[in-house]
Design a protein around this ligand. Sequence first.
Ligand code: AMP
Length: 282
Amino acid sequence: MPAPILRQLDVLRDTTLPWRLAGETIGVVPTMGALHDGHLSLVEAAKAACDRVIVTIFVNPMQFNNPEDLENYPRTEHDDARKLERFNIDALYVPDGPQMYPDGFSSKVTVTGLTDVLCGAHRPGHFDGVATVVAKLFLQTSASDAFFGEKDFQQLQIVRRMARDLDIPTIVHGCPTIREIDGLAMSSRNLLLSDRARVTAPRLHEEMETMTAAILDGAPFAPLQEAAVKRLELAGFTKVEYLEMRANDDLSLLDTPTRPARLLAAAWLAGVRLIDNIAVEA
Ligand code: AMP
């Protein structure tokens, strides 16, 4: 069944009011659209866990640090709505820019520490944009639960910290990364890859798998990192922004997996920035 598409906050609030009064749980899946099976796995998780499910689509200008990236970001609302039909969600919330950031908007949510590293170090202001829009979406939808992908592991940890710090009573669920058959993590940005770059793109995940196996075998981290970066550059990646092992909980840098850890990477390929991460565990 096609879900009702809501574009106004007051309509969204009128829609959720009876659900809240009936004590129903409301699961929210925030997205920027261009939906793929990764997003749809979050919808499935929300459907399994909650009485009501709202998917949101908002290409959030506040989290783009590059105007060209914002302009090029794929927008496929019609197809997105069609892909959601089989899930029988309760509402698709698609606010426009002024609805989210009306004239005079002047607040932002900043999470410190966790945002200084990895993508935060390379995309100034990005996580302020994420934390602000996610806080707004949690409050606008009255989410009891929200579903995020481990694909954006740093984002997931920042959203968890933000909700905890601000006493927003939304339970944040992390869901596994969904991949293409060749291992490439699904991403809306993959649509921007040329055919040639698409063939090279899975190398990032391949190198990360190889590195993780070697780390678990006890190999020292730095030479593995250096060799993997070299191979990626030879394969055609123009810049590896980071390829690091960090602790799951506070994202502190590790060179041996003495605590639950992930290997995280960001790299540019033919003008597209790809990110990925995997657990470092046997
Ligand atoms: P985005 O539309 O890229 O902002 O992503 C919306 C949500 O989908 C975020 O919670 C992402 O982490 C999640 N997501 C994106 N790609 C994947 C994937 N390949 N597997 C699982 N979740 C994903």
